[in-house]
Design a protein around this ligand. Structure first.
Ligand code: FE
Length: 337
């Protein structure tokens, strides 16, 4: 009763009681991508979202703040970053019938620690000029002698590559994955370097004939008005989805999780539910050329033009389990050297 009176008084005096519906989001993902989604959420729900953006040091910050962290939920790309948060034990178990029915089970944590909100595939950027259209490509075939000195890749330690290598371990075991990684290294045209787009650029410039990169970068390059030279890089490559005759192309997600420090976990989950709604999924698809995780929402036209493909449906929690081993293999075969 006393508490109620205090809150009432504060309300009358116009003092913020902290009871207004408001969420604090920690995001690894760029403001440009997230802002339109959050605006749509606030418009629909009346809930204000404060965002802290950070590319590095986010987890350290969450850990340092502990239970006193103002953060309610976190948004991150790649199962690697989501898994780091699981291992740091900062995510809360949640239950949402809406999210369980909307998001396929292999794209979310079984205990509701995190939910995949967009999908991307890690594909092969093949030179349109120098690699014939009917060349069947698998991740495994990257070790074929025909590709000697013809492959470009970014650092093996990059979060996307660690996940890809982890998926190879999940499918073939550690020993076979190590042999494979050694074989890929032997076929590299140059020391691993640059980001995903740099691999397309290298194909464009003739330094290599195959590059490895995420699907959405194709859309970002193909439509880039600020840096129109990237349109030429995109034009020079064919996006090849590997392993179409067996398990399908390696997939990863961006996703979100409610933090243990959340004041109102139900409220935080509301934002994740919104991000999995058809409205938000369409914004994601057009804003960043990613694939929706729910049924009934189309990919952006540029993404859709890459064609339908078979996706590897392995549970991402299973892939995440092998990330540490994958990273170790990168060191063991001196992949980046
Ligand atoms: Fe990326």
């Amino acid at each position: 009763m006393k508490q109620f009176v205090v809150v009432l008084l504060m309300g009358l005096l116009g003092v913020s009681t902290g009871f207004a519906a408001e969420l604090n989001l920690y995001s690894y993902r760029q403001p440009k991508l997230i802002q339109p989604l959050l605006e749509a959420f606030t418009e629909e729900s009346g809930i204000k979202v404060n965002v802290v953006y950070a590319k590095k040091g986010m987890l350290e910050r969450i850990k340092a703040e502990g239970v006193n962290s103002p953060a309610d939920l976190v948004l991150a790309a790649d199962i690697g970053r989501l898994n780091d948060m699981v291992e740091a034990d900062v995510l809360a178990k949640t239950y949402s019938p809406m999210l369980e029915s909307a998001i396929p089970s292999h794209l979310r944590d079984p205990q509701g620690l995190w939910y995949g909100l967009t999908q991307r595939s890690r594909v092969i950027y093949a030179s349109k000029n120098r690699v014939s259209e009917d060349t069947e490509l698998t991740y495994e075939s990257l070790v074929d002698p025909q590709w000697r000195g013809r492959i470009c890749m970014r650092s093996g330690k990059n979060v996307y590559n660690v996940s890809l290598i982890a998926s190879m371990i999940a499918h073939h075991g550690e020993a076979e994955a190590k042999t494979w990684l050694t074989g890929v290294k032997a076929n590299l045209a140059r020391r691993p370097q640059g980001n995903d787009r740099a691999q397309a650029k290298a194909v464009f410039e003739g330094q290599c004939d195959l590059g490895i990169g995420n699907t959405y970068y194709y859309g970002k390059m193909a439509t880039n008005q600020k840096k129109p030279e990237q349109q030429a890089w995109a034009k020079s490559i064919r996006v090849v989805f590997p392993n179409q005759n067996d398990r399908g192309a390696h997939m990863n997600v961006s996703g979100a999780g409610v933090l243990k420090s959340a004041k109102d976990k139900r409220l935080a989950l509301k934002l994740i539910e919104f991000l999995a709604s058809p409205k938000a999924q369409a914004i994601y698809a057009h804003q960043n050329f990613e694939y929706p995780v729910i049924q009934g929402v189309d990919a952006d036209n540029v993404t859709a033009a890459l064609g339908a493909f078979k996706a590897d449906k392995i549970r991402l929690t299973k892939v995440a389990k092998y990330r540490a081993t994958a990273s170790k293999l990168v060191d063991q075969v001196a992949f980046d050297q």
